[in-house]
Design a protein around this ligand. Structure first.
Ligand code: KG4
Ligand code: ZN
Length: 373
């Protein structure tokens, strides 16, 4: 699910913006095993208009509930006033990076509203929106410069955020993302998600599946894997400021084929996969902490879909503490704002309000470096 359109109002007011609605319509990709561009195009084509319609309806209603696209309004609108198009100052929309089919649908929807209502547009970078989410979810937002760990289906990056618009990528993946590895591992292990299950994505399903692993079986399997060359879970790019998840993905596939398929073994393997995936993140964070000792970093932000993972959350805290950074804040958005949502796009639009434009010729970009904002 790429996120599409955030509709927001940013009257130039110092009032803390409030979210009037946040509609997320999810596509169930469990049948196809992953997001297929053709299906993403079809789905976005029908769901983006519905989500925008619902978001506007909710915001216009008497009770400004949480629920869908996002509408951020200054506090004055929370006093029972109804939202109408005249109250909207600008429309924020994701320009990239991401799947062209998804981005185009969101941009057409936003441009159509902008054209009909004669409103300016704010074109938002998806990963900047993940990094800046705590400005909206935290009472006391992070102070620049801060470190941000962006872990999603498309990215695995450690970034130094120097200002709202200035980012320095300290480490990125040389191949696949951590989210992609979770998705592939869940698929290989046949862990159900979507449909009637409690989990809307494969990563969350794998986390829950691994949480019930039996500790003795985990230890035995760990020993076993260590002795088997071709299925020993790798710790990639040690000592380097770079991530790699393709080796882990391939090894898990081989391990699933080589090991017994009973649930106990599968849960233990899911646990060990998660441990290996997270260990890599912790190692890179340690390296970055050592190399940024001269910077006044008080906050570390971890955001993106994989930041929902509680095993990762605990390990990052432990990593900071072990590095003598007990006083450094570690900020995670609430779960509904870790995975893609329009609220973060609307809010980032607010932070980039000065860049609003009536230019409808701006095109989506599938690849867009965060350093080139
Ligand atoms: O940020 P996001 O919603 O979409 C992209 O921008 O890619 O991230 C989606 C990714 C998927 O790979 C999904 O499986 C993963 O985040 N994810 C998780 C968890 N929740 C979502 N991975 C591990 N544990 C979770 N609890
Ligand atoms: Zn995302």
């Amino acid at each position: 699910m790429a996120w599409p359109a955030g509709v927001h109002s940013a009257a130039i007011s110092q009032a803390r913006p409030r979210l009037l609605s946040n509609v997320v319509l999810r596509q169930d990709h469990s049948a196809t095993g992953g997001i297929h561009p053709y299906h993403a195009a079809i789905w976005h084509g029908s769901n983006v208009p519905q989500a925008v319609g619902q978001a506007l309806q909710i915001a216009a209603g008497p009770s400004h509930g949480w629920g869908a696209s996002s509408i951020l309004m200054p506090t004055k609108y929370m006093d029972g006033q109804s939202l109408s198009p005249k109250d909207i100052d600008a429309i924020a929309v994701t320009r990239g990076p991401g799947m062209m089919a998804s981005l185009s649908n969101g941009m057409v929807a936003a441009k159509t509203l902008a054209s009909v209502w004669n409103k300016p547009l704010i074109y938002v970078h998806h990963m900047a929106a993940h990094a800046l989410t705590p400005f909206f979810t935290e009472e006391s937002p992070p102070a620049f410069p801060f470190l941000t760990l962006l872990v999603s289906g498309g990215h695995t990056m450690l970034v130094l955020a120097e200002s709202v618009q200035k980012y320095q990528i300290l480490a990125t993946t040389s191949d696949d993302s951590i989210g992609d590895a979770f998705d592939k591992a869940a698929r290989d292990m046949g862990i159900p998600w979507g449909g009637n299950t409690a989990h809307s994505n494969p990563g969350a399903a794998l986390e829950a599946f691994a949480a019930a692993a039996d500790i003795t079986t985990v230890q035995e399997l760990k020993e076993h894997l260590r002795k088997q060359k071709n299925i020993a879970l790798p710790s990639a790019m040690r000592g380097q400021l770079a991530f790699s998840y393709s080796g882990l993905k391939a090894t898990v596939t081989r391990a699933v084929q080589a090991l017994p398929s009973d649930v106990k073994t599968r849960r233990a393997l899911a646990h060990l996969f998660q441990e290996a995936a997270v260990a890599q993140i912790s190692e890179k964070l340690r390296l970055v902490l050592q190399r940024t000792l001269d910077l006044p970093i008080k906050d570390v932000v971890c955001s993106g879909g994989v930041a929902s993972n509680s095993f990762l959350r605990q390990h990052l805290r432990d990593t900071l503490d072990a590095a003598g950074k007990e006083g450094t804040r570690l900020l995670f958005p609430p779960l509904e704002f870790c995975t893609d949502n329009a609220a973060m796009i609307a809010h980032t639009g607010l932070l980039f309000y000065e860049q609003r434009t009536h230019d409808l010729s701006i095109q989506p970009v599938a690849k867009w470096n965060l350093e080139d904002l």
